[in-house]
Write a protein that binds this ligand. Structure first.
Ligand SMILES: [Cu+2]
Length: 207
């Protein structure tokens, strides 16, 4: 058998698809479909198209895109990276005084194990995974995202009331998955003390 060039292979594939569609149409037109049934098929298809269109337009309108499109990082070198080195994890203030929290997920815990943040304050969480796919869910907040190895997941949230909030992994990550949780102490705004160390800039770690 002789090797075909790429364009010949593409033409073959297109030909097969055209044949398939023609065949499918011929079969569909040969079947008797009641007028009322046809009407409902059309209504159903239109509804599906409408819903897909709404989701697509909404995603573009709100600039929703997968976390993978935003920022990449080498998961194998997190401990050597500038931003996610152990000493930089946890609650920090950036140059503008905004609170940024850097967390690492790994089988089977979130690091640091415990943090304290102020209530009713905008908090930016930056999550990375050191091994496999994890998820993070904090009930009663909008915090629910996948933590995909190789990517930084950034979420902005705030805690309405002081108290203890659980941090749960919601992606199955291995045998210890159901033990993968930690907690966050949310402290009244006026009682919270900012950490002493200030990181002015996060530097890109992408090699
Ligand atoms: Cu898990």
């Amino acid at each position: 058998m002789q090797n075909k060039s790429f364009s010949e292979q593409t033409q073959d594939l297109i030909g097969k698809w055209v044949d398939f569609i023609k065949d499918f149409r011929a079969q569909m037109t040969s079947i008797h479909v009641d007028r009322l049934e046809r009407k409902w098929i059309n209504i159903t298809l239109l509804t599906v198209c409408l819903l897909v269109a709404i989701i697509t337009i909404d995603a573009f309108w709100h600039g929703i895109n997968p976390p993978g499109k935003v920022e990449t990082i080498d998961s194998a070198k997190l401990h050597l990276s500038k931003e996610f080195a152990e000493s930089n994890l946890g609650v920090q203030l950036d140059g503008q005084g905004a609170i940024v929290i850097r967390m690492v997920a790994g089988r089977y815990s979130f690091f640091p194990k415990h943090i304290a943040v102020p209530a009713e304050t905008k908090l930016t969480f930056r999550w990375v995974s050191m091994d496999v796919l994890h998820g993070v869910h904090i009930p009663m907040t909008n915090m629910s995202t996948m933590i995909v190895p190789g990517y930084v997941a950034e979420i902005t949230t705030s805690f309405p009331k002081p108290g203890e909030y659980p941090v749960l992994c919601n992606e199955y990550c291995g045998l210890g998955h159901n033990h993968m949780w930690s907690n966050i102490s949310v402290i009244a705004k006026e009682d919270w003390k900012a950490p002493a160390k200030i990181i002015v800039n996060k530097e890109p770690d992408n090699g």
